[in-house]
Design a protein around this ligand. Structure first.
Ligand SMILES: Cc1ncc(COP(=O)(O)O)c(C=O)c1O
Length: 331
């Protein structure tokens, strides 16, 4: 096993320089209204108040700025929806020719925004991993640059700038929280944020969270080798992968202190809490951190956690169904 990740803190600081400021220095604040119900101090890092409503713009800005400076102007990626939207946004501003491959079962809101931002959208009948295969084939045959989320360092470096904002306290003060909860999909965010946290604030626990219905990366982290699954079954579409990337797993093994799995009811309860107690509309993947606290209050009691609220692209009808269906007696 490697002792170091593929990432480098100096390069991550440099990445900040090429990211549109609209994605940077996002709000980080204590959220006292969430605390009685979660039983611990809670801070929110809000990654939804930007033109693509997710953190993925940080990484696509790094990719697009490097591409715009070079020869190739055509780029293709597979996406669960948010990377594609972000790449379309970053590419549009720089005159890139962007193709996004996605599952036809992805949320319509995400697919519509990808088209609206001017990218070519190709839909596949399968899931995200089927889209990955198709994007790779397009890149091979068309001589187009393939962006592979979480494998391409730019995607991790962009997400890692969230980590800098978490730990670069005023006057070099240590961060006030002792655990960071990160939604885990392909792993760009967890490895990026984890790298920075372990480099600059090693005492802070890095806890990755996945749905029980899409556990491949968590199983892989626990067994220290790639474990794939045949299917996924979760509303958290942003993190629903079946085939972890070995190099990303190796990075995750270096920086993650834990990887936990949460139930679907906890994800919807987390979305509901964020709406009712923080005024935040979030997509399921962005509620994973709160779901993890709900499932293990004893672990977090008396501690201060920060949860990265990483996306808010939802189909409105589905959102209402999820947040409206509270079991009796619960918020
Ligand atoms: C809202 C949201 N949360 C979490 C993730 C997972 O991030 P990563 O693939 O970097 O692990 C994604 C990925 O697209 C996402 O869109």
């Amino acid at each position: 096993m490697r002792q170091r990740t593929r990432l480098d803190t100096v390069r991550i600081r440099a990445a900040r320089e090429v990211i549109d400021p609209v994605f940077l220095d996002t709000p980080l604040y204590r959220c006292p209204a969430l605390e009685p119900v979660l039983g611990c101090a809670v801070s929110v890092k809000l990654e939804t108040a930007n033109p693509v409503r997710s953190f993925k713009g940080r990484g696509t800005e790094v990719i697009a700025s490097r591409l715009a400076g070079g020869g190739s102007r055509a780029v293709v990626c597979a996406s669960a929806g948010n990377l594609g939207q972000a790449l379309a946004w970053s590419g549009r501003g720089r005159g890139l020719d962007v193709t996004v491959v996605a599952s036809r079962f992805a949320p319509a809101a995400k697919l519509d925004r990808i088209r609206a931002l001017g990218a070519r959208l190709e839909l596949v009948d399968g899931d995200f991993d089927t889209a990955r295969e198709r994007a790779a084939a397009i890149a091979r045959h068309g001589g187009v640059r393939l962006v592979e989320d979480s494998l391409d360092l730019e995607t991790c470096e962009g997400a890692a700038t969230i980590g800098l904002e978490l730990v670069d306290g005023p006057g070099g003060a240590p961060p006030p929280f002792d655990a960071v909860l990160v939604a885990l999909g392909g792993g760009a965010m967890a490895t990026g944020v984890g790298h920075v946290v372990k480099a600059l604030a090693p005492g802070v626990e890095v806890i990755c969270v996945q749905p029980l219905g899409a556990p491949a990366m968590t199983y892989s982290w626990r067994r220290r080798q790639v474990v794939t699954t045949d299917t996924t079954d979760t509303i958290a579409d942003g993190v629903a992968g079946r085939c972890p990337i070995p190099a990303v797993l190796d990075d995750l093994l270096v920086v993650a202190d834990d990887a936990v799995l949460v139930r679907e009811e906890s994800i919807t309860a987390g979305m509901r809490l964020l709406l009712h107690h923080a005024g935040l509309v979030v997509e399921p993947s962005a509620a994973l951190g709160v779901a993890a606290v709900l499932e293990d209050r004893d672990r977090f009691a008396g501690r201060h956690v920060v949860t990265i609220v990483c996306g808010s692209n939802v189909d409105v009808d589905a959102y209402h169904r999820w947040v409206g269906a509270a079991p009796a007696g619960q918020v």
